[in-house]
Design a protein around this ligand. Sequence first.
Ligand code: NCD
Length: 318
Amino acid sequence: MTFTQKHLLGIEPLHPIEIAAVLDLADTYVDLNRRSDKRSDTLAGLTQINMFFENSTRTQASFELAGKRLGADVMNMAMQASSIKKGETLIDTALTLNAMHPDLLVVRHPHSGAVNLLAEKVNCAVLNAGDGKHEHPTQALLDALTIRRAKGRLHRLNIAICGDIAHSRVARSNIILLGKMENRIRLVGPPTLMPVQIDQFGVEVYDDMAEGLKDVDVVMMLRLQRERMDGGFIPSEREYYHRYGLDAEKLAHAKDDAIVMHPGPMNRGVEIDGTIADDINRSVIQEQVEMGVAVRMAAMDLLARNLRASREEKGVMA
Ligand code: NCD
C-alpha cells in the first residue's frame, strides 16, 4: 500500500509517492465522471458527513458529489443552524457525530488546527476541507492534477502564485505540494500580503507582476481574502487591479503556453480580468473544478481502504 494515511489533514505529512498515488487514482475517476453512468460502489455502506463551519459553494458540492458517485451515504450538516450557535464546543459536536458512526468526516473550519484537533477525537477518517490560513489539501491536489494533465508533468515547472498569499491556505498547501515535487515557485504580490517568515518557504518573492511572471509555465491567481484581513492591506481595489490584477498585458510576460489558474471564488476586475478567466486557450479554471471531484473521490477511496484494513485488523467488521 503506497498511501498510508489515516486522515487527510494537510499536504505536509504526505510523501511524494502518496501524492502521485492520489493523482493516478484520480485520473481513473476523471474517466468515470465523463461517462453517462457514473456510479461506483467503492464506498457502498459507508457514511460520509460534511461539516462546514464556513461558507462554501464548490468545495462542499464537490465533496458531496464525490461521495455520492462512490455510493456512500452522504449527509450535509447545516452548521450555522446547529448547536454550535447555542455554544456547543467543536469537540462536543465531534463526539456527538462520532456516536452516529460516520466513516468519513469532511470538515471546514475558520480556525487553523481545528480539523487536526477534531481528528484526534473521532474514530473515522477525517478530511480537511480548509482550516483557517493553514491547509486545504484537496485544493492543492486538484491543482496538481490540473497542472500535470495540462503540462504532462509535475516537476521542474516555473510556477507563480500571485496575490493574497498571507491569508491563503490554498497558497500554503500548494507551496508545500509543488515544492515536494521539485518545482520552482515564485510568490508575487504586495509585501503586505506576503506571509511572515517567507524565507523559510524556499521560494522566490516578487512585488512586480512583469518580473514575477517572466517565463513561467503556470500562473495561479488568488482571491483577496477580505474576511481574514483586519486592516488596510491594500490601498484600493482599483489600485490593486492596476498593479497585481492579471490582464493580457501582464500575462504576456509568461511563457506563450502558460496556463492560468484560480481556486475560486473569483473577483473579476480585482485579481483577474474576466476575459482572461474565460479564455479557453489559457484558463484551466473549469478543469480545476472538474479535477476537484475526481481528486476527492480518489482521496476518500484511499482513506476508506485504510480504514477498512485497520478495522479488519482490530477484528471489527468494516
Ligand atoms: C478557497 C478557500 O476556501 O480556501 N476556495 C475554495 O476552496 N474553492 C479559496 C478562497 O476562498 O479564496
